[in-house]
Design a protein around this ligand. Structure first.
Ligand SMILES: *Cc1c(COP(=O)(O)O)cnc(C)c1O
Length: 531
């Protein structure tokens, strides 16, 4: 967006709009998911993108402000009747997010928030009539190349929560809906079928779950449903988060063996093989990215090993800090469970536990001799609910958060509007650049072996003489927020830089460059010079 002529006509208005669907349901990015096991009905990424862009180009609405304490919040409107190309100044996936949001709200039976009659036809299929509320219509006045209606704030570059996209945040200001009403059930169903794509799974026996809770709830799901008293579990120890997973499994009666690697590395295949041969384990857990160290674990060869040496052992992945920034091929790699959360690379505010379990895992659940060890976290309670939502049938066990599910719907439509390989490659390229810059500064990473380094975060040892209590406030003064250390053996010696989601996919935001510059300047303030 260098010159105003290059700027797409974008308008702002306040009301939450709803009404006529600009697209037939079959053109929705999440379409085709009318049955629990019909992922193949989803169209290819390319046609998704087409549908999304088409929707975006005809779309006219966006939701109301998400920070209600603020005075009239500008809303982003995509100019009608214009074709949007990925090279447009507004990144295509952002438009896609809006399109996804529209697709989800367009079937709403509820009335728009505003009683203004002009808003009721805002999804009119005629692109030449784009009603907005004149009194609240705004044009964009910003020198920033990226449109954001968020108040100025320090850039959050911790390993979750990450910076959020406007469209994702705005979708949370959705008017209240019944959690068993057809509109919300449809949105939830679309989210579940979208998750199958994110996990690259087409196996109808596998099942995605979205349950209110943070990432930690995923550990409880595994413990409560796949562990019975005394079951043996092999936990690959990579740091704070694998320790937490082990503790959670013990709560449910697991006999846990932790195979711990030295700080900054991960257990190696030969020792894992020896452990698997020494004892029969009900399940093995691996923390894909241990957020305490930035160590990335390899999954494909690991799973292949488990299936070869101990074929009955379930392969369970903590993907809280990896799903949507590291490749995960659920079916191809024969994984049995991946648990994650909304607020890391998926880019949705905290509050959703998101998981995927294989047919084998569900069989293990169904053949338990004792009931699951939790009521709320019982997959026996949630499984029929998830299947029903995906089949677009209302169903109730415990109230989901419609607003968070809307945000997830928007985020998924953005994520899936671009080939996943492209998304992963961008995270890797940015990570390579960050790690090279860190090395150029003369700093060492906690994850010492380049092959074991995560692509969505970097854990950086501080130079001798610089304290966390100095550097983090210094970065903060420069409008950059990093996280401190969390691994108990080295907690005071390192900091963590999260680089996921919009901070990577929209480099024009300048987040990474600003963070690296702030780090260099901050260190020099405390006397550090590269040797
Ligand atoms: C953040 C994180 C968790 C915990 O998630 P919460 O949402 O904080 O409960 C678990 N595992 C890993 C790898 C994480 O990064």
């Amino acid at each position: 967006m260098q010159s105003s002529s290059a700027v797409r006509r974008v308008r702002w208005s306040r009301p939450m709009l709803s009404g006529v669907c600009p697209l037939a349901p079959s053109s929705s990015p999440f379409s085709g998911a009318s049955g629990a096991a019909r992922p193949s009905a989803l169209s290819s990424p390319a046609s998704w993108r087409t549908a999304l862009l088409r929707t975006a180009s005809r779309a006219t609405a966006q939701s109301a402000g998400y920070h209600h304490s603020m005075s009239p919040l500008p809303q982003r409107h995509i100019a009608d009747g214009q074709s949007i190309s990925p090279s447009a100044s507004v990144p295509a996936h952002r438009l896609a997010g809006i399109a996804g949001h529209l697709a989800s709200t367009s079937s709403a039976v509820a009335r728009p928030l505003s009683s203004s009659p002009t808003t009721t036809s805002s999804f009119s299929s005629s692109p030449s009539t784009t009603p907005t509320t004149p009194a609240t219509r705004r044009s964009i006045h910003t020198s920033s190349p990226v449109m954001s209606s968020q108040p100025e704030h320090a850039t959050l570059l911790i390993p979750g929560p990450i910076e959020f996209d406007d469209a994702v945040l705005n979708s949370m200001s959705h008017y209240s809906e019944s959690h068993v009403g057809p509109s919300f059930v449809s949105t939830f169903g679309d989210v579940l079928s979208g998750l199958r794509k994110l996990f690259q799974s087409t196996d109808p026996a596998a099942q995605p779950f979205v349950i209110s809770g943070s990432g930690t709830l995923g550990w409880d799901l595994v413990g409560a449903n796949l562990i019975e008293q005394g079951d043996a579990a092999l936990v690959l120890g990579t740091g704070y988060f694998s320790d937490g997973f082990a503790d959670a499994l013990r709560v449910y009666g697991a006999d846990v063996t932790e195979l711990k690697a030295p700080v900054g590395s991960r257990p190696q295949l030969p020792e894992i093989e020896a452990a698997l041969k020494a004892r029969k384990y009900k399940l093995l857990t691996v923390t894909h990215v241990d957020t305490s160290t930035g160590v990335l674990s390899e999954l494909r060869n690991l799973s292949e090993l488990v299936h070869r040496v101990s074929p009955d052992t379930l392969v369970i992945v903590d993907g809280v800090c990896s799903v949507a920034c590291e490749e995960i091929a659920f079916d191809d790699w024969k994984l049995d469970g991946v648990v994650t959360a909304s607020q890391k690379a998926i880019g949705v505010p905290a509050g959703l536990s998101i998981s995927m379990f294989s047919g084998r895992a569900i069989k293990a659940l169904e053949s338990r001799k004792t009931p699951p060890g939790s009521y709320f976290a019982s997959m026996k309670n949630w499984l029929p609910i998830m299947r029903n939502y995906e089949a677009k049938k209302p169903s109730y066990f415990a109230t989901p958060s419609p607003q968070l599910v809307h945000a997830l719907h928007t985020a998924l439509s953005q994520i899936l509007s671009v080939p996943l390989a492209e998304r992963f490659a961008k995270h890797k390229a940015a990570s390579d650049k960050i790690k090279a810059a860190v090395t150029a500064l003369g700093l060492k990473q906690v994850a010492s072996n380049p092959e074991d380094q995560a692509h969505g975060m970097t854990a950086i040892y501080l130079p001798e003489g610089v304290q966390i209590a100095q550097i983090l406030p210094s970065l903060s003064k420069k409008n950059v927020i990093f996280a401190g250390g969390i691994h108990k053996e080295i907690a005071t010696k390192y900091i963590r830089f999260g680089h996921m989601g919009v901070s990577i996919l929209e480099p024009e935001r300048g987040h990474v460059d600003r963070a690296l510059k702030a780090l260099e300047e901050g260190l020099s303030e405390f006397g550090y010079q590269k040797a």
